[in-house]
Design a protein around this ligand. Structure first.
Ligand code: HXC
Length: 508
């Protein structure tokens, strides 16, 4: 009997060694952890239950029958993060470069299916060279099966992708269909085709980092939702993120003990908006003063900075925040900002996370650049996303809410449940100067000045909208957290439904 038990130990030890000490050392030299070290950091201590440790590929081409490594380049299983179950797969770069074979794909599919059955989130850690070149179409088929499962799980369980090394070819499309993608700076990159193919096809010379490094995808393409300094920081932040996310679309947001006083007022908010309407202020100051313990998990912080999105908690429960940022482009809505916020709003709605929207928006960004880039369709994405929400929507207009952007930003008209404004709010078709120059075209400077003053007095306040009931109340800035908390508590059991249909037709 002892022999049999020892044999199991031996086989386990062999599997845990992956591609061997030399390749593990090379992995460490590059500043990267191994697949199993990553899992240890991501999950609660000793909570990991590995499955399919002994799976091997079945390929017999190119001498592969002589190269079999148990696990076949991906470590799969489940465990807990602060006590809540998550499923995961972590690509092992030390085994055939983490490349995807038929057997490797089947391991991923198995945990995808298990996560769906158990209605628990799934996290994929990527560090791989794409399709197993020796396997050809068997690997392509495997990718297709994984992709299909990503789509079936979308909106049912949260799916998170963490890129911690190369991620190319077939590997990029699974993350692209998950809810969030995070990268590690300097050691990870994502692209459909690598620098060599780029050079052959377009004659463009580009490094892997320039083509698809974290700085590209978090700031330029918007493909990734955040990046971190190293593996350790990234994995600890993933633990923090998971604490904000529901386990599935029916579970509702998780609630954690909160010691922050809901009734506390914050006098500093009374002077947050400057007297000069053209002077910026940092909307993140408002967000951090509204959320419990100032804990705000910002997403896509380096992309379309004119809008801020992320998770916080109010009274211990997760809330999604969307806020125009007056510090960048005066908080204007452009194509990138609209797409960024639309996707986040849809995530929150899909997973029943209430949304708080802070509005200070001078309108949509004018110009050929935006119009040629499809601003109409991109802006419509955000409008569509808010309009189809059935989760609680609480909106606070802090300053400008001009033009179509007023409607878009969770106004009463598209489904806002409680719409508040600060006394500093200005709700109008456009700013006073622009408006007067159109309706009094050709007027003398004195006439224009007089009419501008009149327009400002009449329209640039929250009261015209409040008189119509478009604003439910004009609130004191210092009481914002309290008012939001009460609104969310009142809306806790909100029930709203969209009409039955096959699915909507979002302006993608
Ligand atoms: C099999 C692979 C592999 C692959 C890497 N390896 N990629 N084995 N299939 N796709 C193996 C190497 O042979 C090597 O094995 C080990 O992994 C480490 O690779 P290195 O090249 O030594 O490492 P590095 O210099 O860091 O380069 C990493 C890399 C490079 C950038 C990922 O290996 C690379 O370019 N690989 C190929 C990428 C690619 O073109 N993939 C196919 C994409 S097409 P040893 O034994 O020496 O340790 C695709 C289509 C799917 O995915 C489309 C579906 C929609």
């Amino acid at each position: 009997m002892k022999d049999i038990l020892d044999k199991l130990d031996e086989r386990r030890a062999e599997a845990r060694l992956g591609g061997g000490d030399k390749r593990i050392e090379a992995q460490h030299k590059r500043g990267k952890l191994t697949a199993r070290e990553r899992i240890e950091l991501l999950l609660d201590k000793d909570s990991f239950e590995e499955i399919d440790m002994f799976v091997e590929h079945r390929s017999a081409d190119f001498g592969m029958e002589k190269q079999k490594i148990p696990g076949d380049g991906v470590v799969t299983g489940w465990g807990t993060i602060n006590g809540r179950t998550v499923y995961l797969f972590s690509k092992d770069f030390t085994v055939f470069g983490g490349s995807l074979s038929e057997a490797h794909a089947q391991k991923i599919m198995k945990v995808q299916d298990m996560a769906m059955k158990a209605r628990c989130p799934i996290i994929g850690v990527f560090d791989a060279g794409g399709a197993r070149i020796q396997e050809g179409v068997a690997a392509l088929g495997g990718y297709g099966e994984v992709f299909k499962r990503n789509v079936i799980a979308s909106g049912v369980i949260p799916q998170i992708s963490v890129i911690m090394g190369p991620c190319a070819g077939g590997d990029v499309y699974s993350p692209a269909m998950t809810d969030f993608i995070f990268m590690v700076r300097d050691t990870s990159y994502m692209f459909v085709t690598g620098p060599d193919v780029v050079k052959t096809v377009t004659n463009e010379v580009v490094t892997a980092e320039e083509l698809g490094g974290a700085s590209v995808h978090t700031a330029k393409s918007g493909v990734a939702d955040g990046s971190f300094e190293n593996d350790v920081d990234c994995l600890l932040q993933m633990r923090r993120l998971m604490d904000f996310l529901p386990s599935n679309f029916e579970a509702g947001p998780p609630t954690w003990p909160s010691f922050a006083d809901i009734d506390a007022i914050d006098e500093s908010l009374d002077t947050l908006v400057p007297d000069n309407p053209n002077k910026p202020y940092d909307i993140k100051e408002l967000i951090t003063k509204v959320v419990d313990e100032g804990d705000f998990f910002e997403l896509s912080a380096a992309y379309a900075k004119n809008i801020v999105i992320g998770f916080g908690r109010v009274a211990g429960s997760t809330v999604g925040f969307v806020a125009n940022q007056p510090m960048v482009l005066a908080g204007v809505l452009d194509s990138d900002a609209s797409r960024k916020a639309a996707r986040f709003v849809r995530f929150c709605d899909a997973f029943n996370i209430p949304i708080v929207t802070f509005v200070d928006v001078p309108g949509f960004l004018p110009g050929t650049d935006q119009e040629y880039g499809g601003l109409i369709k991109h802006g419509a994405k955000l409008l569509f996303a808010y309009s189809q929400c059935t989760v609680p929507l609480v909106t606070v207009i802090t300053r400008k809410a001009f033009g179509g952007a007023y409607d878009v930003m969770a106004s009463k008209h598209v489904g806002g449940d409680l719409n508040y404004a600060w006394p500093t709010a200005q709700i109008a078709v456009m700013g006073a100067k622009g408006a007067v120059e159109i309706i009094f075209r050709g007027g003398t400077p004195e006439q224009i000045a007089a009419q501008t003053k009149q327009y400002e007095d009449r329209f640039l306040s929250p009261f015209v909208a409040a008189e119509r009931g478009y604003i439910d109340d004009v609130i004191m800035p210092h009481s914002t957290r309290k008012r939001i908390a009460r609104a969310l508590a009142m809306l806790k059991n909100k029930h709203a439904e969209m009409p039955r249909r096959k699915h909507d037709n979002l302006p993608v």
